[in-house]
Design a protein around this ligand. Sequence first.
Ligand code: BGC
Ligand code: NOJ
Length: 822
Amino acid sequence: MNYGHFDDERREYVITQPDTPLPWINYLGSESYFGLISNTAGGYSFYKDARLRRLTRYRYNNAPLDMGGRYIYLRDNASLQSWSPSWMPTRQQLDSYECRHGMGYTVIKSQLAGIESRTRYFVPLGSPLEIWETTLTNHRDETADLSVFSAVEFALWDANDDATNFQRNYSIGEVEIVGNVIYHKTEYRERRDHFAYFACSEALAGYDTNREAFLGPYWGWDSPRAVTTGQSSNSMAHGWQPIGSHHVKVQLKAGEQKKIIFILGYHENPKDAKFDPPESQTINKKTILPIISRYLDATEVEKAFQALHAHWQGLLDKFQVSTPDVHTNRMVNIWNAYQTMITFNMSRSASYFESGIGRGMGFRDSTQDLLGFVHLIPERARERILDLAATQLPTGGAYHQYRPLTKRGNNDVGSGFNDDPLWLVLAVTAYVKETGDWSILEEPVPYDNQPGSEQPLHDHLQRSLQYTLDRLGPHGLPLIGRADWNDCLNLNCFSDSPGQSFQTTTNKDGKVAESVFIAGLFVLAAKEMAALAERYALQVTSYTFNVQPSTFYTDAISQMEKIIWQHGWDGDWFRRAYDDFGHVLGSKENDEGRIFIEPQGICVMAGLGIEDGRAEKALNSVGEHLATPHGIVLHQPAFTRYYLHLGEISSYPPGYKENASIFCHTNPWIMIAEAKLGHGDKAHDYYSRINPSVREELSDLHRCEPYVYAQTIAGKDAPTHGEAKNSWLTGTAAWNYVAISQWILGIRPTYDGLQVAPVIPSAWSGFEAVRSYRGVRYVIKVERKGAGSEVQLEVDGKSMEGNVIPMPVENTKEVRVRVTII
Ligand code: BGC
Ligand code: NOJ
């Protein structure tokens, strides 16, 4: 069953039934102020860091689901009926309901008893605040006497403390109320120079800032006493749970419409101008009042919304396609690109599955997220690359995570995930290919953020590769460390104590367990470095490993390939690893975990076996053993019990997460590998199996949002095979974008120009695309004449050799490309 539909024209997903299988959410904000918002107005907001600057409170894992958010309540003061126009939290049956999730905004519209309510939520560009613009329309024949209540529950800034340290929290909450603005200023008296404010455009009939006064003791958000009685109590929060609620009375004549604007925002004052008067404990509001009055003006709100709309239009217009497949079109043109922005901003911190308190920006995650994002805003990609590289350690290793607010490596998690540094090479080379900005390689970047340790970025890349070469195991394959891409393959962990972190516990010195995956990734990264070095002609000799790039990389590549064929090839597929006892994993020798997807994807992407048929063999094995109608699972057979020497991978019940689910992140690697072999049908078939838009009609099974990728879909060993979990924050977004745009549609940036080499399904007669690349608009028309995937290119009417379009002369605005598949 469908719970809504795509509105491709408006770039929206329209939800028409509020009780979706799970909350279907959207994100607000893309710079510093962010919010998560569900289709029933649930969710929360934060400034930059979901843990350290949490504005509003959210209870994960709550029953009922998704209670707490950006609520508006309506009350008919004549009939005494009250309801939530977003359905939650009162769950009153509405006469109509529609939620439109768009690019950086959400609109929830409903009607009950002739009163229509439409609230548009968004974060304007350039201002750390969110706007709720509510429009009420009276469709009755008579005047309506209404009360409108807003409600947010403030978080006491550090979301972790907020959810745990009650002996302190219940005493620290403080607010101020001036006119129609509620200020939340917990801890402002001491070391914070920031506060939150919640403003309303209308004169207030009342307000509440104390949660229990608003709800009534032992009552919930589904039936606040203030709303049901129609009376706010002008409560002041002194400790306990500060909230913000405005009460506005509205008389609407028949057919009349009224707009009410609420703003929830974050503001920082200069340390020496926190208070006004200076010797008081009262917030200095002079710095914020102009911003508040600006956005309480409906014309300004409309302008801000149009600016946001134009911003997204500009971003998405950088790559638009028209193919015979509607699902491909809407994912490439709208939702997949949008999701790459969200993953770029959030890494794995805040979603409805990531609590915002646990995980900072992942090194491995953020470097891969860049691959799908870099064309959208290259300047931000550049900044991110430099931030990430600055957390790299002098060994070339990397902190596994860093905190967005401090940009420092997270010591609690530490380092030792031996694949981490190699992803940096892929991110930087993707950036240079996209932008042609070679200067980034010269940028001085410290190690571990230590002043004085700065080296050019290219030195960081070289150390990344050297890190692998310095850590080879008994077979000559890279040591795995704590884990490689698969965080749950913990071959040095041996944990038998409940509660121990699989990721940070290492009970072995790690000199034996090896990863074939890292070996493949090394070859891929080293090939990228070789190509980079060839064009860049590095002349740096200050490090021992900085031998002449040409032979250094090619030697390292062929040595690693030799070892992979010797010890990483199982006859029909690539093996996965060797454990701490030197036993193979991912081989016919294994009863469980005989074949894994990751090395098949990465090794073929790295070019192994393409010439001699072994790549094809590996991919056929994937098709035979791992592919399901819902996507390709991680491995088979699943682990049926916990194996001390394998770690978290075997902790999950079969078919879930790293134990043989369809871990969507890895599927595009197989799509790319198939495309590399020229198999357009297979590549697109795999693409479609996990495409959320294709899966929309399976919503009761899939359950997560049909407009974004989820991290996992339960595998064939799971009782709920086909059910998705962990939507939004997953490397799946970036990799699928790369797979479809660069390999299946075949439009990919290279150092020398835009390459066009489509490997599309045989049934497609062609497609059209527009791609902005280094300031030039490429208008591309692809036509299929033959069955294969060889192409002939005609650029601005002239046929050319090869498939890489040389950069046009300066100031060229547009290039027309006709591509014939022969
Ligand atoms: C999850 C992994 C994740 C890891 C992060 C594990 O529990 O299964 O997907 O990468 O935690 O620490
Ligand atoms: C999720 C993590 O964010 C990512 O870094 C990891 O590669 C996958 N899980 C697989 O374990």
